[in-house]
Design a protein around this ligand. Structure first.
Ligand SMILES: Nc1ncnc2c1ncn2[C@@H]1O[C@H](COP(=O)(O)OP(=O)(O)OP(=O)(O)O)[C@@H](O)[C@H]1O
Ligand SMILES: [Mg+2]
Length: 250
């Protein structure tokens, strides 16, 4: 599904990603870990096509198609969903209206008509119940005054509504209390299927107890320095990143 080949990317002439290779197949969950500033959010942004990052070498392919010339909206329409570490606030636009617009835009891009209102309501009800989201929450302005946990929960709601092919969750666990963490993780697990894939960026092994990854990758200084199964997350928790850094020096 996603194939990243020797990806190099920079921002303001500073090299951040220095040769990333990663393949994510349908049905897989990949976790990306690594110290602050190692390039995790940058990698997510580059996959999503954010324009402030310049790809200087290598490629990102989705289903065999090079995404180089696709704008972020096009990538979203192709089924890439990204939750942001720091989501934006949109005053005056409710959670529900934002979702309606997003869904209908994605349908339009695929040549479909707007989703009928009753169908939309049904979908909203179904997904908000699944994620235990309060009705009142849905009429609030997007992210305005949301607590950290509410923002994260809202992101998972967006993901549940859009049913993306590839979801990239950047530090969805930061600031979540234990109950919210479980709800978010359950949501992700319920949305998992053999046709979609998830990349979870996290600092903590805790989230990975709930969203069990098939693969764990450690990013350090813009490169994946170690990949393994879920046991790698346990080792990291125990030994810290120095262990990897020392191993990575050849
Ligand atoms: N827009 C930007 N302008 C300048 N430097 C940037 C920009 N975005 C990222 N960087 C730099 O790129 C490096 C990698 O940042 P990135 O946000 O990808 O790290 P991260 O692994 O997500 O870290 P964290 O764990 O703290 O979230 C950092 O040194 C950061 O300062
Ligand atoms: Mg980050």
């Amino acid at each position: 599904m996603l194939k990243i080949n020797n990806l190099h990317a920079s921002v303001e002439d500073k090299d951040i990603l220095k040769g990333i290779n990663l393949q994510v197949n349908a049905g897989e969950v990949h976790a990306i870990m690594g110290p602050n500033g190692s390039g995790k959010s940058t990698l997510a942004s580059v996959i999503a096509g954010k324009e402030e990052f310049e790809v200087t070498q290598g490629s990102v392919e989705l289903d065999g198609e090079d995404l180089e010339d696709s704008a972020p909206e096009e990538r979203a329409h192709k089924g890439i969903f990204m939750s942001f570490q720091y989501p934006v606030e949109i005053p005056g636009v409710s959670v529900t209206n934002f979702m309606k617009t997003a869904i209908n835009e994605s349908r339009k891009a695929r040549g479909l008509e707007d989703m009928p209102a009753n169908e939309m309501l049904k979908l909203i009800r179904e997904k908000s119940e699944m994620l235990e989201i309060d009705r009142k929450f849905l009429s609030r302005s997007l992210n305005e005054g949301f607590s950290g946990g509410e923002k994260k929960r809202n992101e998972i709601f967006q993901m549940a509504m859009l049913e993306p092919k590839l979801a990239i969750l950047d530090e969805t666990d930061s600031g979540l209390d234990i109950d919210a963490l479980r709800i978010v993780a359950n949501g992700v697990n319920k949305l998992k299927s053999k046709d979609n894939a998830v990349i979870v960026i996290t600092h903590y092994q805790r989230l990975l107890e709930y969203i069990v990854p098939d693969f764990v990758h450690v990013l350090h200084d813009g490169k994946i320095v170690k990949s393994g199964g879920k046991e790698l997350a346990f080792q990291l928790e125990e030994k810290g990143y120095d262990w990897i850094k020392n191993e990575a020096v050849v």
